[in-house]
Design a protein around this ligand. Structure first.
Ligand SMILES: Cc1ncc(COP(=O)(O)O)c(C=O)c1O
Length: 379
């Protein structure tokens, strides 16, 4: 069977390889996954069940249920000052993943250059490639707190790109960017007429400072697409629900792709999401507090072990320097000898070399045990 050259250009996911290795072993503590260990709040699950009991098993409007789009727009306005019209500027998708994929297909023409701030979530580069674009990696550095800088954008040729994609709070580094840090990036985007694709799926999981969306900066709303979703803050990964916020022409273009590929996001999940927005703020706050406690625990344990670790301020990852120069060899050896799974940082692209991604979306008991095992391994 002939497969497409675009697909063949993209290697299989490096993270998956580590999961598969870990799955073959007993007594493994996985700090490798980017998935909450919590279950979705009960009232959101109940809303999903209730929707099924009432036979709400049809498609919804392509863009998502009007009530959900309204609730999303209200929340974005109240929490982050993002002001979007639910009828024209919100698209509900099957996870933020679908929103991101649809955006690449809606905004990228064959050969277009798309600047991708790295290290970053592993889907951006494949997504750009599948859309026929040319990914342009823009490394961030620990010396800059893994923030995107104008110097890096200039040095790596982002000025010639059509679009820029980045994610703060960041997967895998846990870095965040304040309003002040985002201002020069916004200036650069305006100056070079870039479309900005801002993945803000971890916005609710910000532990130090406040999350700022680049779309709130002057002149940015009209050139920005914001992605968010329910997987992380609401622990709803399996329900597959996300959304995009963008000016009408952006949502119209994205919906053109979405309506032919997905039709509409899962209906049951849309009911769960509506309830999550209406009723689950306290649970989100509680999960967020627990992540924060774990974050501080993991950072202090690495510090005690003498492992350099950037102070992650958001998401649920820390990104320590690998104790061995070869981070992949370290991760494999740690897995084999102590049964602790972490992910080598170079999987996340430029700037990730020599680091490890450690997820703390794991119960505190297991985290304690994992940290003890890492310490024993280093001894
Ligand atoms: C930065 C980032 N964006 C998007 C996603 C995908 O989210 P969803 O489950 O909503 O598709 C992930 C999942 O790990 C992520 O880390």
């Amino acid at each position: 069977m002939k497969t497409s050259e675009r697909v063949e250009r993209v290697p299989p996911s490096g993270i998956r390889r580590f999961f598969e290795l870990a799955e073959e072993m007993d007594d493994v503590i996985s700090l490798g996954v980017g998935e909450p260990d919590f279950t979705a709040p009960w009232s959101a699950r109940e809303a999903a069940i209730d929707s099924l009991e009432h036979g709400r098993t049809s498609y919804t409007a392509n863009r998502g249920m009007a009530s959900l789009r309204e609730a999303i727009a209200e929340r974005a306005a109240a929490q982050y000052g993002l002001d979007y019209d639910p009828d024209e500027e919100v698209l509900v998708t099957a996870g933020a993943s679908e929103a991101i994929d649809v955006a690449f297909r809606a905004f990228v023409d064959p050969g277009d250059r798309v600047a991708v701030a790295q290290p970053s979530y592993v889907s951006y580069v494949p997504g750009v490639t599948f859309a026929g674009g040319e990914p342009v990696p823009i490394p961030t550095r620990e010396a800059d707190d893994f923030e995107l800088t104008v110097e890096a954008l200039r040095e790596h040729g982002a000025g010639d790109a059509e679009a820029l994609v980045f994610c703060y709070p960041n997967n895998p580094t846990g870095a965040t960017m304040s309003e002040r840090d985002l201002e020069p990036i916004a200036d650069f985007a305006r100056e070079h007429d870039l479309t900005v694709l801002a993945d803000e799926i971890y916005a609710d999981l910000t532990y130090e400072g406040e999350h700022t969306s680049i779309a709130t900066l002057p002149g940015m709303r009209e050139r920005t697409v914001v992605f968010n979703g329910f997987s992380k803050a609401y622990a709803m990964t399996g329900l597959r629900l996300g959304y995009a916020l963008a000016p009408p022409e952006g949502i119209r273009a994205m919906n053109r792709v979405h309506q032919y590929s997905m039709l509409s996001a899962p209906t049951t999940a849309q009911y769960a999401a509506l309830d999550a927005l209406d009723n689950c703020e306290a649970q989100v706050r509680e999960m967020c507090n627990q992540y924060d406690r774990r974050r501080r625990f993991v950072l202090s344990r690495f510090d005690e072990m003498g492992i350099d670790c950037f102070t992650a301020k958001g998401a649920f990852y820390v990104f320590p320097e690998s104790p061995w120069e070869d981070a992949e060899a370290f991760a494999e050896a740690l897995l084999e000898s102590e049964g602790v799974a972490v992910v080598p940082g170079d999987i996340f692209g430029a700037g990730g070399e020599g680091h490890l991604r450690v997820s703390y979306a794991t119960g505190i008991g297991e985290l304690r045990e994992a940290m003890d095992r890492i310490e024993r391994f280093l001894d």
